[in-house]
Design a binder for this molecule. Structure first.
Ligand code: NAD
Ligand code: DAU
Length: 358
């Protein structure tokens, strides 16, 4: 929902070459072509400059760099007169956080702290403009795991992170909260459920399953496959973030979810059905024959679900996509974008894959 009366913004988007960040950059450049957009991204294994193909130009500047580099962040905030910071950059994969938590603490905690400090100084130097916003993009995993009959996570659910990834995101959320309460900095915090859609790196369940089906490789299901996630099409996450940046109240938290709870095994079955229908040539047909139960993820959270009442009633946001429609669009995207995902299956990716699934 774009506000036609709005003043142009100078927005710094961290992690804009990753999955959600890139979708958000596309969303923002389409919705607000008069805005100045600066993307700061370290191009880790998960970052891909091709995700921004066609966008870089007069109004979009891409800067390769680390959010922990204070001097770089200071210089960008000042040189570009940034008034809005949308912070996506993170180490984002739970399985990688189990293998090596250090990078998660560094980027997610120290990196967020570096951005908060730099933005605070910049905001003070500029005379604390009323329109400034620091938006921290976070996850529902900070709330821990739900039992089968529990209500969905609300904004007042106590934090109980269970993985190094979610603990590092929880730490960053607490810092963001403290910068509002202590310094009055105009922060916004959103906690969102599982996203899926274009540009999703193939370590996560949905893109991994799509690609493995196309390659005739096993579809690994952790544990008994009964774990539940609340799936949200990435375009709906972007429209929610847009609503919060423009109309959210500083200092507030908004939970974002799709109201689409699905068991992992049912989700993979749906992907198999779509591939059976849409892919003309599959190495293994029906694709369901590839389903393989494997050792469970350590500390695997059983169920996530979001209560999105607050963002719906206060900001008028609701998701536009159903899980059936969103999965169909996603499968079609992976079918028509082999040139995007094939180069990602690098030796580094294969080594990671062997380590997790051996
Ligand atoms: P991603 O892993 O696909 O992308 C992360 C991006 O951050 C990459 O482009 C990477 O290069 C960049 N990056 C990593 N470390 C950096 C550093 N030190 N400095 C600069 N850039 C760095 O992640 P995603 O799935 O797009 O998630 C984006 C954000 O949304 C994360 O904060 C994540 O916690 C949150 N989130 C994700 C989901 C989901 O389902 N994927 C759901 C809710 C919230
Ligand atoms: O809830 C939001 C979170 O969703 C985000 O904060 C994370 O950044 C994002 O990665 C995602 O976390 P999950 O761990 O839920 O996503 P993932 O795709 O890794 O796994 C989804 C479910 O599928 C989970 O229950 C684990 C299971 N799974 C995953 C993989 C990769 C499998 O059964 N097999 C697999 O091979």
């Amino acid at each position: 929902m774009a506000n036609l009366e709005r003043a142009p913004r100078q927005i710094l988007i961290t992690g804009g070459a990753g999955f959600i960040g890139a979708n958000f950059v596309h969303h923002w450049c389409t919705a607000y072509p008069g805005d100045r957009v600066v993307v700061l991204d370290a191009l880790t294994y998960a970052g891909n400059r091709n995700n921004l193909a066609g966008l870089e130009g007069a109004n979009l500047r891409f800067v390769e760099g680390d959010i922990c580099d204070r001097a770089l962040v200071d210089s960008l905030l000042q040189a570009e007169s940034i008034d809005t910071l949308a912070h996506f950059a993170a180490e984002s994969h739970v399985d990688r956080s189990i293998l090596g938590p250090g990078a998660f603490v560094q980027t997610n905690v120290v990196g967020t702290f570096t951005l908060l400090e730099a933005f605070r100084q910049h905001w003070n130097n500029a005379g604390q403009p009323a329109a400034s916003r620091f938006h921290h993009v976070s996850t529902d995993e900070v709330y821990g795991s739900l039992e089968a009959d529990d209500p969905g996570f609300s904004e007042t659910t106590p934090y109980a992170p269970n993985s190094p990834y979610s603990a590092s995101k929880a730490g960053s959320d607490h810092l963001v909260r403290a910068y509002y309460h202590t310094y009055g900095m105009p922060t916004l915090l959103t906690n969102c459920s599982n996203n899926y859609g274009p540009y999703h790196f193939p370590e996560k369940l949905i893109p991994l399953s799509c690609i493995n089906i196309l390659m005739g490789k096993p579809l690994p299901i952790y544990g008994d496959g009964q774990n539940i996630r609340d799936w949200l099409y990435v375009g709906d996450h972007c429209s929610a973030l847009d609503a919060v940046i423009h109309r959210g109240t500083p200092g507030e938290t908004y939970n974002i979810g799709g109201n689409n709870e699905v068991k992992n095994i049912d989700l993979v079955q749906m992907l198999c059905e779509l591939m059976n229908e849409l892919a003309p040539e599959l190495p293994v047909r029906p694709a369901q024959n590839l389903i393989t139960y494997v050792k469970d993820r350590a500390g695997h959270d059983r169920r996530y679900a979001i209560d999105a009442t607050k963002i719906s009633t206060e900001l008028g946001w609701t998701p536009a996509e159903t899980v059936e429609g969103g999965l169909r669009r996603t499968v079609e995207w992976y079918l028509t974008h082999r040139d995007w995902w094939q180069p990602l299956l690098s030796e580094e990716y294969q080594a990671y894959y062997r380590e997790v699934y051996a």
